[in-house]
Write a protein that binds this ligand. Structure first.
Ligand code: SF4
Length: 405
């Protein structure tokens, strides 16, 4: 399989990002991954994303050591395993950030901001830490599960974002500066459009980037959007992938089928799942997950409304009908043969196989669907043997259907 060369650059900038969080030069704001990072950055905060830490706990499989700590203090083992793993790691005073980046621990927050556009869990999770660190917490609570986002819904979010200004000014010691905000939105928009182009390189029949590689290379768009660093990184990555498309180099030598991944990654089994699809000649070329950080509506000339709209109309915050339309469009664009729904046991919000969507989608688009059970961090909910059998059978059926068509 092809190895993305820009990975070394990505590792370097992620390492520098983590170390910058504990340099002590700037105040630190914690933020949800699809939260108002641009507004926070415009005040000069370093921005830390606990969900990124949750993914690290999952990918290093240390989550399994920490989830029981959170359960002991009253959290159910069936709620978001980012939340339970992160709280458990804090209670145990351990983190893979120590081993991987030489940090003392997760950075302490000076202020915490969340957006319930993705789930209510983030409010509970972040409030735990606001209480622990006795620091201010601000929240955005948009309309949920929307069809099309209306101007009234956007204005509601704008008003809530504006309420963040006084606490941000107080904690940062900096007055709100509209020009800083516009500049951060501009940088964020440019990076996010590059990230979108990166993902779209895999519309090529010899796709250069797999979903599994995408989950690694999305790091900077999550934690560094709104900076020149993210923009430079995606310029480099895009150049590499576009060259591969021009030279007909895909991440698989030859793909028999093209697959769409719906739902969260199974962080502790990324390699295993990547090898499983690759060894069966299936290219997983697109996902809702990696596309979640494409905010193409950002506009520096209209920073309040455009960011409020972009953050409210993300896939996870849409109605089933709106989600199905988005999926059907992606199927055509990426020439998809089949979709795999990851039914994530501890994330109800990012599991779309519970209300009949796979069946309805198959009826409407003709694209066959498979549901695999698992979890983002808690591997008790994942059976390797059962998943391998299900995926291999599904891929064989897809291949047979292609031969017959
Ligand atoms: S969307 Fe799911 S995984 Fe993400 S924070 Fe919310 S419950 Fe956890």
């Amino acid at each position: 399989m092809y190895t993305v060369k820009s990975t070394d650059t990505m590792k370097k900038i992620m390492g520098e990002y983590f170390l910058s969080l504990e340099s002590g030069n700037k105040k630190v704001a914690w933020c949800t991954s699809v939260g108002p990072a641009e507004l926070l950055r415009s005040f000069g905060f370093e921005v830390y994303f606990p969900e990124n830490h949750g993914a690290l706990l999952g990918a290093t499989r240390t989550a399994m050591d920490y989830i029981p700590e959170a359960i002991k203090c009253g959290y159910s083992g069936h709620v978001c395993s980012y939340t339970t793993a992160d709280i458990g790691a804090y209670l145990k005073k351990e983190t893979p950030l120590q081993k991987h980046y030489g940090m003392k621990g997760a950075p302490k927050p000076d202020i915490i901001a969340y957006n319930t556009n993705q789930c209510r869990e983030v409010q509970d999770w972040f409030t735990f830490f606001a209480d622990e660190f006795d620091c201010p917490i601000v929240g955005i609570q948009p309309s949920r599960h929307v069809d099309e986002v209306t101007d009234e819904e956007v204005q509601l979010v704008v008003n809530q974002m504006k309420k963040m200004i006084p606490p941000c000014e107080k904690v940062s010691g900096n007055k709100f500066d509209l020009e800083n905000f516009k500049e951060t939105v501009r940088l964020s928009k440019e990076a996010t459009l590059l990230w979108q182009k990166v993902l779209k390189t895999s519309t090529a029949m010899n796709a250069p980037l797999s979903f599994f590689d995408g989950t690694i290379h999305m790091g900077p768009i999550v934690v560094l959007r709104g900076t020149q660093i993210a923009k430079d990184y995606y310029t480099e990555l895009l150049t590499e992938l576009e060259e591969n498309v021009a030279n007909n180099i895909g991440f698989l030598p030859e793909a028999k089928t093209r697959i769409f991944w719906e739902g969260m990654p199974i962080w502790g089994k990324l390699r295993m799942m990547s090898d499983l699809f690759a060894s069966n000649g299936a290219a997983v070329v697109a996902s809702t997950y990696c596309s979640s950080w494409v905010f193409h509506k950002f506009d520096e000339n209209n920073p309040w409304q455009s960011t409020a709209r972009a953050y409210t109309e993300i896939f996870i915050n849409r109605s089933e009908k709106a989600k199905m339309k988005m999926l059907a469009d992606w199927f055509k664009e990426y020439k998809i043969d089949g979709i795999v729904f990851h039914d994530t046991k501890t994330c109800f919000n990012n599991s779309n196989a519970k209300f009949g969507m796979p069946q309805r989608l198959q009826k409407e688009t003709g694209i066959p669907a498979l549901i695999v059970e698992g979890d983002l961090c808690d591997l008790r909910f994942f059976s390797e043997g059962q998943t391998m059998t299900k995926v291999e059978t599904f891929l064989e059926q897809l291949e047979d259907a292609k031969v017959l068509s």
